[in-house]
Ligand binder design. Structure first.
Ligand SMILES: NC(=O)c1ccc[n+]([C@@H]2O[C@H](COP(=O)([O-])OP(=O)(O)OC[C@H]3O[C@@H](n4cnc5c(N)ncnc54)[C@H](OP(=O)(O)O)[C@@H]3O)[C@@H](O)[C@H]2O)c1
Length: 249
């Protein structure tokens, strides 16, 4: 048999901005009375890592996938990350790669560790809501408010951090109908574990990291029969990456 060393060439229909916008839309009837519609979106390596063990995540995905991530931001009312991501990456959480509105930025931060010079406080492209608990230092709340952030006090979770369902109820009360959860790992895991995620948009980059930060941690599932069921909506190549969009449940 002839041995062929040539790399496999995979072709796909061209990814247009129009297609990325279409894929990023939440359903028209997404709004729920008690909480926002939640899309969880992240970029992982083929072996399921969203960052190296030291926290380096820039960039897991290719430029077209980053554009898609910004389309997702523009089509959701708000984007949420945990304080771990802010401390690791100091993201702006804006839509600077696409022509669309920047969403409200939401940070889960039960102790108010958010640095006062963080980009989400410095960059005025969108409002910033910091969701904390009554245990946070009052003086820190005043500082953040003085810098223009809204500080929202939610219930604490018995295991630490903010109680996510309660935080989502409060965000819905502020008029947020659609929410994009971008990470990091603890936040993605908490969202899936609390059963408040409606859709997944996972970008899978053709890279392997081995040890690193896993996208999804323990969900308390011991039997395969109890795995979260996904209804796949689209699978397509976006630049070098595979993009999977699936509804949960
Ligand atoms: N590849 C990607 O798509 C992507 C996207 C985003 C981030 N990342 C990477 O992910 C890493 C950070 O992940 P991480 O897991 O350390 O941090 P994270 O999920 O961003 O933040 C976790 C922190 O948020 C706070 N928090 C408050 N309430 C919470 C709740 N209900 N559930 C979860 N967290 C809650 C907790 O701190 P307190 O207890 O102090 O409140 C917790 O330690 C970074 O390396 C970043 O680069 C990758």
């Amino acid at each position: 048999m002839e041995h062929n060393d040539a790399p496999a060439i995979v072709t796909a229909a061209p990814i247009t901005q129009d297609l990325l916008w279409e894929l990023a839309q939440p359903p028209a009837d997404a709004a729920r009375p008690a909480r926002p519609w939640v899309t969880v979106a992240y970029a992982q390596t083929l072996d399921g890592r969203i960052a190296t063990r030291g926290g380096d995540s820039r960039w897991v995905s290719c430029p077209d996938s980053l554009t898609f991530a910004h389309c997702l931001r523009a089509t959701h009312d708000a984007v949420l990350v945990g304080i771990g991501t802010v401390l690791a990456d100091d993201p702006r959480l804006t839509t600077r790669l696409v022509a669309g509105p920047s969403p409200t930025r939401v940070i889960l931060d039960s102790q108010l560790r958010l640095p006062l010079d963080a980009a989400v406080l410095r960059e005025g492209a969108a409002r910033t809501i910091v969701v904390t608990t009554a245990a946070a230092p009052a003086e820190r709340m005043h500082c953040l408010r003085a810098l223009g952030a809204r500080v929202l006090t939610a219930e604490g979770h018995p295991a630490g951090g903010v109680d996510l369902p309660d935080a989502l109820r409060r965000l819905r009360g502020l008029g947020i109908r659609t929410l994009l959860v971008e990470g990091g790992a603890r936040t993605i895991t908490a969202t899936l574990r609390a059963g408040v995620a409606d859709r997944l948009a996972v970008c899978i980059a053709p890279k392997i990291l081995g040890a690193g930060i896993e996208a999804v941690g323990d969900l308390g599932i011991d039997r395969l029969a109890d795995a979260l069921p996904l209804r796949t909506r689209r699978v397509l190549l976006v630049g070098a990456d595979l993009l999977l969009i699936a509804d949960i449940g």
